[in-house]
Ligand binder design. Structure first.
Ligand SMILES: *Cc1c(COP(=O)(O)O)cnc(C)c1O
Length: 394
């Protein structure tokens, strides 16, 4: 039985999967079972923030695994407390953190905090959460309902929880607010929706307005967080102070972890929320190692240098191949090329893999680039060389 047959027989076929079998990774280079190398411009959908095979991360995980992998949250967990402090300090916000295992679970926590805030802070309960079209917030029944894409709300999984509505633009949010609105949930750069950043001014204006109305601003930083946009949080880059922020993808360097942080530390109390695995020794030790690698790179300016280098290359690509791409989009190391059609997008993705390059799609027609934050200039050069080859026949 081949690996593909095994997968198809025993794994539920919920993904349109490619069957390249990667067996090793070094930095931003992946190797398949035949020893063929691929440049990784996807980093596991923004998860492998410090690349593959990182020595600091793998030894932190090994050392932790030899001692304690897991003790329940009924006990204090030292690396969890340390990671919480580190995240709070790096964020610059006076917040407390709850650890979960994924982005969706982090967003579930955010919605629970908002709903309880709406129950306890007002005479009449506020519960409505406004999100944006083209957003993505997860795959659980609630977060899929929070996701502003009609295609996700198929009757197959109905009924969905009430209290979510979607607006076309930030400008439309103002008039959508009513006396039952408790929160607005947004990504600052829509990832899955097409690598679309919002304007700093319009976000700052919205944040100020929400504050004046005592409506919570929840920023989903599952993809934008942990230096992806060049700052520790995209919220730092936008110079806003959200009420609630969620993190996941890049935080554990590949070990499942999610986090919801809020300045409303008093809202959730013992018994309100929990997670068996959330914030265990293994995932939080990994998170600490990831931040130990990235923080000095941020401080030395190395992350800035990488993202400028990467985006220059990408801009060049967009200009040179304007027959295929409308424009270059995104922020930091969260980038895209808006293809002129979905068909071009599909062919770019397929050809890229053939040329030994892993890229992603986003939205209907965007080719998405989420390289690891630690990617080297050589790997960037080689990746774009392969990208050129991939599109040369289109
Ligand atoms: C990936 C993603 C999620 C979902 O995270 P999971 O870990 O897959 O549950 C939520 N929000 C955003 C912005 C994401 O990019």
């Amino acid at each position: 039985m081949t690996l593909e047959q095994q997968d198809k027989q025993y794994v539920l076929q919920t993904y349109a999967r490619d069957y390249t079998n990667f067996v090793k990774g070094v930095g931003s280079t992946l190797y398949d079972e035949n020893g063929r190398d691929y440049i990784d411009f996807a980093s596991g959908i923004g998860v492998n923030s410090i690349g593959h095979g990182n020595e600091k991360l793998s030894s932190a995980i090994c050392e932790q695994a030899k001692n304690i992998i897991h003790i329940s949250n009924l006990q204090v967990i030292e690396p969890q407390a340390k990671l919480a402090q580190k995240i709070v300090e790096l964020s610059g916000y006076e917040m407390g953190i709850f650890f979960a295992n994924s982005g969706a679970e982090a967003n579930e926590g955010a919605i629970k905090i908002a709903r309880k805030y709406g129950e306890t802070k007002f005479d009449e309960k506020r519960y409505k959460v406004i999100t944006l079209e083209h957003s993505f917030h997860g795959r659980t029944i609630t977060t899929v309902k929070a996701t502003g894409q009609e295609s996700f709300h198929t009757p197959n999984f109905s009924p969905y929880p009430d209290g979510f509505s979607y607006e076309k633009s930030i400008e439309d949010v103002y008039s959508a607010i009513d006396d039952k609105t408790v929160a607005v949930l947004i990504e600052l750069v829509q990832g899955e929706g097409g690598v679309q950043p919002f304007e700093k001014e319009e976000i700052q204006k919205l944040a100020t307005h929400l504050k004046s109305k005592d409506i919570l601003l929840i920023v989903d930083e599952v993809q934008t967080g942990v230096y992806r946009t060049g700052e520790f949080l995209a919220s730092n880059l936008y110079e806003i102070e959200p009420d609630i922020i969620t993190l996941a993808k890049g935080l554990g360097g590949g070990v499942p972890i999610g986090a919801v942080m809020t300045k409303h530390k008093e809202v959730l109390v013992a018994g309100d929320h929990g997670s068996t695995f959330g914030g265990n020794y293994l995932s939080t030790a990994a998170g600490l190692a990831v931040l130990d690698v990235l923080k000095p790179m941020y401080e030395s300016g190395a992350i800035d240098e990488t993202l400028v280098y990467f985006s220059e290359k990408l801009k060049h690509m967009a200009v040179k191949h304007e027959n295929l791409f409308e424009k270059e989009v995104g922020l930091g190391l969260m980038r895209g090329l808006r293809a002129k059609s979905a068909e071009i997008q599909g062919r770019v993705l397929k050809n890229a893999l053939t040329e030994g390059l892993v890229v992603l799609k986003a939205g209907r027609n965007t080719v998405r680039f989420l390289p690891s934050i630690t990617i080297s200039k050589n790997e960037i050069d080689e990746g774009f060389k392969r990208f050129e080859k991939a599109i040369s026949s289109l």
